[in-house]
Design a protein around this ligand. Structure first.
Ligand code: NAD
Ligand code: 4PL
Length: 246
């Protein structure tokens, strides 16, 4: 068990799927969690189900004003301690259908959003003298070049690059910045999409059998957000049953 007692945590995209499991795990580990999502009703339902004092928030992470309001509102005593950038669109789009509108939508929601939340949160952490932690949710598609997700793969590569750069920029302030790269995981979004048909193929590539579960991702996020990972920064940890080994 990892102890986050007294810490203020923000999880974006936490109404369902991996984000919801991360919010649940951080709350069980003692954090005061803000369960944020563009789907405000879903965030409310998730926060109520999670309990442990979790509160709901409505925020589109691609909107700078909404992001500023999220981070300021959740920083109940000056700055958040833990920021988990999980919100993303997980598309399944054939390469021939990847146009500029799709590309911009995915880069805005999956990459620029991470800049926006980190800009605001690390500014507030530094102003408050807080040694916070940031965990970005990337994807092992960056390593595999997974089909039908070209813009998504590019955005996740950007998240991994930004994780390295931001770790350098704020390391002197005692702020850790790391990323988790899940493999195919049985989230609500995946279950309702064509990705659900890929489990058999992905299992053949994994070192260990089984379908990845949101709780298995959440456990590693909670570790990276804790003091036990205090000597790690700028890293990306694959959580994918060994599908990708590097
Ligand atoms: P999901 O679709 O089940 O949930 C995503 C959540 O993000 C939803 O609640 C949605 O409303 C929210 N969201 C979407 N756009 C938003 C926006 N603009 N602002 C705020 N919230 C927004 O997805 P998931 O499978 O749980 O994925 C969660 C994270 O894990 C994503 O970063 C995804 O890229 C990553 N990931 C997922 C898998 C997988 O196989 N499920 C694998 C690797 C990485
Ligand atoms: C291996 O991040 O990592 C499908 C869909 N397959 O979103 C992902 C794999 C998907 C993945 C992902």
């Amino acid at each position: 068990m990892t102890n986050h007692t007294g810490k203020h945590a923000i999880v974006t995209g936490a109404a369902q799927g991996i984000g919801r499991a991360i919010a649940q795990r951080l709350a069980e580990d003692g954090a005061n969690v803000t369960v944020s999502d563009i789907n405000g009703d879903g965030a409310k339902a998730a926060a109520e189900a999670i309990g442990h004092g979790a509160v709901a928030n409505t925020c589109d992470v691609s909107d700078p004003d909404q992001v500023a309001a999220l981070i300021e509102g959740a920083a109940r005593d000056g700055a958040p301690d833990i920021l988990v950038n999980n919100a993303a669109i997980v598309p399944f789009v054939a390469w021939d259908d990847v146009d500029l509108d799709h590309w911009r939508r995915i880069i805005d929601t999956n990459l620029t959003s991470v800049f926006l939340t980190c800009r605001k949160a690390t500014d507030m952490m530094r102003a408050a003298g807080r040694k916070g932690t940031v965990v970005n949710i990337a994807s092992n598609t960056f390593f595999a070049g997974t089909p039908n997700m070209a813009a998504y793969v590019a955005a996740k590569g950007g998240v991994i690059g930004f994780t390295r750069a931001l770790a350098t920029e704020v390391g002197k302030d005692g702020i850790n910045v790391n990323a988790v790269a899940p493999g195919l995981t049985e989230s609500d979004g995946v279950k309702a999409s064509p990705h659900n048909e890929a489990f058999e193929f992905v299992e053949m590539l994994q070192a260990m059998p089984g379908k990845g579960q949101p709780e298995q991702i959440a456990a590693v996020v909670s570790f990276l957000a804790s003091g036990d990972a205090g000597w790690m920064t700028g890293q990306t940890v694959n959580v994918d049953a060994g599908m990708v080994r590097w």
